[in-house]
Design a protein around this ligand. Structure first.
Ligand code: GLA
Length: 679
């Protein structure tokens, strides 16, 4: 998989954004290129929603505008990440292929007038998307400006779960391949419950509206199928692009951390370069920790290699309830936070603010007010900063702590019919990750389908609420702990297999031996209720009646002081082989979680990236194969801070000897002493 650094002979960070020239008259295009040069833009994602521009009617193609724009960009030295426009079929497509429209879970066919209004399983959709990809690839596949391909946009974002007859038929074929015959399906789905035994394939449906709860194993299979179907749309186009544009990386932009329905862990190996979109959650004053989670997950999906931030925003978005603007300096900090965590660039939605349509109140690199605006000034500064730190392109980031992440767990834990709706997969994972972030430590977020070999690189592995446990993951974790690793497991873990069937024996079936304990009962709390442990930590949402298993079992570190499990164990540790497996039987309040994680880090011998890191001061190291390393220091606080390090600070070109001072909200990138080339 080529990293973004392989786009040219000189390592560089990508800088640019989505470029939609079809929204503008020709005279704006030249001005756009002039401004791109002014800001140092070197990459644009071109024509993501341009289907009706280049194919205004079925099989009538007009590439004159696209030809002109690509030529202008090329002349201006701006490389092109050329998009296939398959995210938004034109109105003629809906008129011509009414059966290809998206159908929701109530059976309603949703019309066009937005985007992604198609059924991902539709052969007509895939064929027409393939035709336009083929025309683009043949025309521009060898164009010197085109350095990368961008398939569709945030694939599956609105339309992963289609319920039309075509999808139902495709689901049945997928099930046949997975389960073989109806006996296999009946076994896997546990259809003896509520008399759901199937006697013919024609009876098998996509889980839609039902009077009561739907079979959970059926739901899980549908989610897997749906993720595979949207991935298949990508693969169809990717293969066409590879054929006519060999050597150019093909990607599609993920939404790691914010989108639930695409199994990006499975998608990662399908793209030549992992690219990600990230938008701050405006309601969260600590949204930069969510950013770190999304970036760390992108890197995990990319198996540790460089990835690329394809979209973020220069300031406010327009789709949250309250769209707060970024404060001065925040965009630079956000951009460098992604780059610190392995992105080989910072790109945006979008280049020029639209003057019509749904997203005209979304910020852009060129705001409506043009060059006099604060945002434009900050865009120009960011371009200059990225040029100064371009040497980091291609280097990588490695944490000493890993958190396992898994989309099937995300789906399974939150399907309903569980002890409490208040225990949520992603919320829990992000809370644990945030607690690590606050200690100034980098946490790799990696797919849970992992080998013991990969785990052995880490001093501490985190497993928050891992409800669905596969034999492979359990084997890897067991070997990791026995070889001396430290593991911390959250509540409601290790309970079911991939068909949502309880693992045999007392809970937690799959992790009982490793944890040395048994859970007799889950005891969730009433909404808003809290509990206390005898060591002073406080929890919410959840308690369990748990006990150590025999004399070789876990030992109790702390007990519930009150709540439904009062007097019983709340925190346990089990020495297994040379390592340690710890279990937390509640969902901790933020400050208590922080204390718990701090203790686990300490015990595992993990310190912060540099003295001064933590408490709002983000410090991350990128390392190159030749031994050079760079320390990214991002001060999210309102005070001046100091971090201990030495080397050359690249933004100011000053030598740092032992102590770096970073102003409130400011950033620094230090090529560390000892690095080859360090002065
Ligand atoms: C997503 C999409 C873009 C745009 C932005 C707005 O990331 O990919 O097309 O809609 O959101 O924030």
């Amino acid at each position: 998989m080529p990293g973004a650094a392989s786009w040219g002979s000189v390592p560089r960070l990508a800088f640019g954004g989505d470029y939609n020239p079809d929204q503008w008259d020709r005279d704006v295009w030249r001005e756009d290129v002039r401004l791109m040069q002014r800001a140092g833009v070197n990459l644009v994602s071109l024509g993501i929603f341009s289907w009706s521009w280049i194919e205004p009617d079925q099989d009538r193609f007009d590439f004159s505008g696209m030809d002109e724009v690509i030529a202008l960009l090329h002349e201006g030295g701006v490389s092109v990440d050329l998009a296939t426009p398959s995210a938004s079929p034109p109105p003629w497509f809906s008129e011509e292929y009414p059966d290809a429209q998206f159908v929701d879970h109530l059976g309603r066919s949703l019309g066009h007038g937005s985007r992604q209004g198609f059924c991902p399983s539709s052969p007509d959709y895939r064929r027409r998307a393939g035709v336009v990809a083929d025309r683009l690839a043949r025309r521009y596949g060898e164009h010197p400006a085109v350095v990368m391909w961008h398939v569709g946009n945030e694939i599956g974002g609105y339309n992963t779960h289609c319920h039309c007859p075509t999808s139902a038929e495709a689901f049945r074929s997928w099930l046949r391949a997975r389960h073989g015959d109806l006996d296999g399906l009946n076994r896997a789905w546990g259809t003896a419950f509520w008399s759901q035994r199937y006697s013919a394939w024609s009876q098998v449906r996509i889980p839609g509206a039902t009077p009561g709860r739907t079979n959970p194993a059926q739901q899980l299979d549908y989610y897997r199928f749906a993720s595979d179907e949207v991935l298949a749309c990508y693969r169809t186009e990717r293969d066409i692009l590879h054929l006519h544009s060999p050597g150019r990386p093909v990607t599609t932009n993920f939404m790691a951390g914010s989108f639930k329905w695409a199994d990006y862990c499975a998608w990662g190996p399908e793209v030549d370069l992992v690219t990600n979109d990230h938008y701050l959650v405006a309601a969260d004053p600590e949204a930069h920790t969510g950013l770190a989670f999304s970036a760390d997950l992108s890197r995990g999906i990319a198996a540790g290699r460089p990835w690329l931030l394809m979209e973020h925003s220069t300031s406010a978005v327009q789709w949250q309830p309250r769209n707060t603007a970024k404060r001065p300096g925040e965009m630079l900090r956000n951009s460098l936070a992604h780059i610190a965590r392995g992105s080989d660039g910072a790109c945006f939605f979008q280049w020029r603010q639209s003057d019509s349509g749904v997203e005209k109140w979304h910020s852009a690199m060129v705001p409506q007010g043009g060059e006099s605006t604060r945002i434009w000034q900050e865009v120009v500064r960011l371009g200059a900063v990225l040029r100064r730190i371009g040497e980091v392109a291609g280097s990588t980031v490695t944490g000493e702590v890993a958190m396992l992440w898994d989309y099937e767990n995300y789906w399974a834990l939150e399907m309903g019919g569980r002890p409490s709706v208040d225990l949520e997969y992603a919320t829990e994972a992000e809370a644990w990750h945030r607690a690590v972030w606050q200690q100034g430590v980098v946490c790799d977020v990696i797919p849970s389908d992992v080998s013991a070999d990969v785990l052995s690189r880490y001093r501490l592995v985190l497993l928050p609420s891992h409800y669905l446990a596969t034999p492979g993951t359990v084997r890897a974790l067991t070997a990791y702990v026995h070889d001396g690793g430290h593991l911390l497991v959250g509540p409601f873990s290790g309970l079911v297999d991939r068909d949502d069937r309880l693992h045999p024996g007392p809970h937690p079936g799959a992790l009982r031996d490793l944890l040395g304990l048994t859970v007799d009962e889950f005891l969730p709390l009433r909404e808003g209720a809290a509990l206390t442990l005898d060591n002073g930590l406080t929890g919410r949402v959840w308690a369990e009646a748990v006990h150590p298993d025999g004399t070789d079992g876990a030992v109790v570190d702390a007990r519930f002081a009150d709540g439904p499990a009062a007097g019983g164990p709340a925190l346990l540790r089990h020495s297994a082989g040379a390592g340690l497996a710890r279990y937390a039987a509640t969902r901790f309040e933020d400050s208590s979680l922080r204390a718990l994680i701090a203790g686990a880090l300490d015990e595992a011998g993990v310190g912060s990236t540099a003295p001064g890191a933590g408490d709002g001061v983000e410090v991350v190291r990128r390392t190159a194969e030749d031994g050079r390393s760079w320390l990214f220091v991002l001060n999210h606080t309102d005070d001046t801070v100091e971090v201990a390090c030495g080397g050359v600070e690249l933004l100011s070109n000053t030598t740092i000897t032992g102590r770096l001072t970073v102003g409130a909200g400011d950033v620094a990138v230090v090529r560390e002493s000892g690095s080859p080339d360090a002065s």
